[in-house]
Structures are given as C-alpha cells and as structure tokens.
Design a protein around this ligand. Structure first.
Ligand code: F6P
Length: 328
C-alpha cells in the first residue's frame, strides 16, 4: 500500500522535560530519512491554533540532542479544550497540507490528541515526555532518568550540609500524583524515609522511624517527600510537626522545584528519545494512529492512547522494602 502520510507535524506540549529536543530531532530526521516533509509547531496546541508552524529539515535540528527544554517551546492551551479552538487548529493543519501530528507530552496532551482524532479523523501519535514517569504503557517517560540524576546529585549536596550540622532535611521533589521520582531518587540518595502518594506512612510512623534511626546512632537524616504525598500536610507543616514532636534534630526544608525539569538530558533519555521518534514515524507510515510509543523490557511497544491515558503507572513496590532494609 502506498504511504498516505506525506507531511507530519511535531509539537511539544505540557510541562517540558529533558529529552524532548532529542525526540524532536528524531522525528524530524526520521521524516527526512523516509522522504516525508516535517513541520514544527511552536508553543504546543496553542501554536497549532494560531498556525505557528515552521518547516524542519534534517539540518535544522543539529546540536539539540544535548539541550534541555524544548526548542519548539511548550504550553498548556485552554483554547484547545474547546471545539472552536480545535477547529482552528484543524483548519491550519489542512491549509499546510499536514497529514498527521506527533505530540510529545503527558496524559493531558494525549487527551487533546485523542479528542482531535475523534472529531476530525486525523492521524495522531504520542511520545511520552514528562519527568514524572506517570504514563501507563511505558517503563520510562522522557526526562525521568535525567530528573532522577538531578535529584540524586542535589540530595548528595544537601547530605554534606545536613551531616555537618546534625540536621534533619525534608526534601520535596516533583511528582504531582505519583512517587516515582521520590522513591527512586530516595533509594539512590540513601534517604531515611520516602513519602509518596501511593503509600500513606502516617505521621506517627514517621516519628517512630526517625526515633529508631536516631537511636541507632544516626546524627543527620534526609526525608524525601513527593509533592503529591497524602500525609495531609505540606512539606513545611510536616517539618514543623516533626520539630515539635521530635526535638532532637534541627529541621530544614528544601523544595527542589523546577530545576528538576531542566538540564542536559542523560544518555538514557537521548537514546530513548531517538528510538521513540523513529518508531512513531514508522508507525504513521504503516497507517497506524491513536497510539503512544513506549519502552517495555527494552522493546519499543505501542499502546492505544486511550489506554495510556486511563491506565495507572505503578511504583516498584520492591523498592519500598529495599529502602526499609537500607535504613536499618
Ligand atoms: O507534570 C510534570 C510536573 O513536573 C509535575 O510534577 C509538577 O507538579 C508540575 O509539572 C508543575 O508544572 P508547572 O509548574 O509547569 O505547572
């Protein structure tokens, strides 16, 4: 069957993540390899609504594999959530002769793509790009590995000052709904306790655990808290509570914030992005649509966008036990 896809648009949407540029590069170069035209859409769906497009050839994505952020910029578009907004986007895509688009983003961005496909029968594909790793259908999302390395590096530095002053540090990391960053970086950085939304440790058990480690001879401690943790207090209230109920450490709080989203992508994220870009372009050429590319057991797999949006990514429970044993 002759390839029906002659021109593909690529955009980044939602929160940026390291590795997005490597994915843009891969989509653009895969298009060039298969003689398909490629167009970059600036500012996510908002740029699509405003016709903010730019032709992209293989040479236009030179020297970006190593850059954080996204050269196409990103946005969360409220207008794209309306039928009128999506109609404007469709009109621009048609005007430019674009046959399909690839969106690099998280579940909100995939929901937009799916609704768009259902309304206009327009081929769409997704590449999971978010540091949270909270997408079903892939073991890893783009940016997650880099964010983990960033967090571990920072906690190592916090440990230097924590141990110099016999202090207890609460370190808040990103993860709106999931604890992947907290759990993995917590284990990697040797945190005393890890508080994640999936496990409600409870304040009493937290105090108990801190008492136990103090008794065992520890002079400083690090507790990693996911921002979406369900303990019922924010990280500052938590710190205050612990200071009042366990006055043996001086307590400090560090909220790592958006620095976790920036920086040079790790080798892992660059390779993953390159593989994902090739797979989506080849899938579109094969006539596929409404799918997200992912990696499971080191193989590239495709998951229906609908399932990727509705499914839940699960934390690795083995790590909870490993963490418990490591803090003995
Ligand atoms: O979705 C990724 C994420 O990093 C979340 O962990 C965090 O809550 C959110 O983005 C913050 O994003 P913004 O400040 O862009 O709204």
């Amino acid at each position: 069957m002759e390839n029906q896809i002659k021109k593909i648009a690529v955009l980044t949407s939602g929160g940026d993540a390291p590795g997005m540029n490597a994915a843009i590069r891969s989509v653009v170069r895969s298009c060039a390899y298969y003689n398909i035209e490629c167009v970059g859409v600036y500012r996510g769906y908002q740029g699509m609504i405003e016709g903010d497009f730019k032709e992209m050839g293989a040479r236009s994505v030179g020297n970006i594999i190593n850059k954080g952020g996204t050269i196409l910029k990103s946005a969360r578009s409220l207008e794209f959530m309306t039928k009128e907004g999506r109609q404007k986007a469709y009109d621009y895509l048609k005007k430019e002769g674009i046959d399909a688009f690839v969106v690099i983003g998280g579940d909100g961005s995939f929901t937009g793509a799916l609704v768009f496909n259902q309304e206009f029968n327009f081929p769409v594909m997704g590449i999971p790009g978010t540091i949270d790793n909270d997408i079903f259908g892939t073991n890893y999302t783009l940016g997650y590995d880099t964010a983990l390395n960033t967090v571990v590096e920072v906690i190592d530095k916090i440990r230097d000052t924590a141990s110099s002053h016999n202090r207890l540090f609460f370190v808040e990391v990103m993860g709106r709904d999931v604890g992947h960053i907290a759990l993995n970086a917590g284990v990697g950085a040797g945190a005393e306790e890890i508080l994640i939304p999936e496990e409600n440790l409870g304040l009493d058990r937290l105090i108990e655990s801190l008492k136990k480690s103090k008794k065992s001879g520890k002079s400083s401690s690090i507790v990693v808290v996911a921002e979406g943790d369900k303990i019922g207090k924010n990280v500052f209230e938590l710190a205050e509570y612990v200071e009042e109920n366990f006055p043996f450490y001086e307590v400090r709080v560090s909220v790592l914030g958006h620095m976790q989203r920036g920086g040079t992508p790790s080798c892992f994220d660059r390779v993953l992005a390159s593989r994902m870009g090739v797979k989506v372009v080849e899938s579109l050429i094969e006539g596929k649509s409404n799918l997200m590319v992912g990696v499971i057991d080191n193989k590239m797999v495709l998951t229906e966008l609908d399932k990727a949006i509705k499914g839940k990514s699960k934390i690795n429970r083995e790590l909870l036990k490993v963490s418990d044993i490591m803090t003995t």
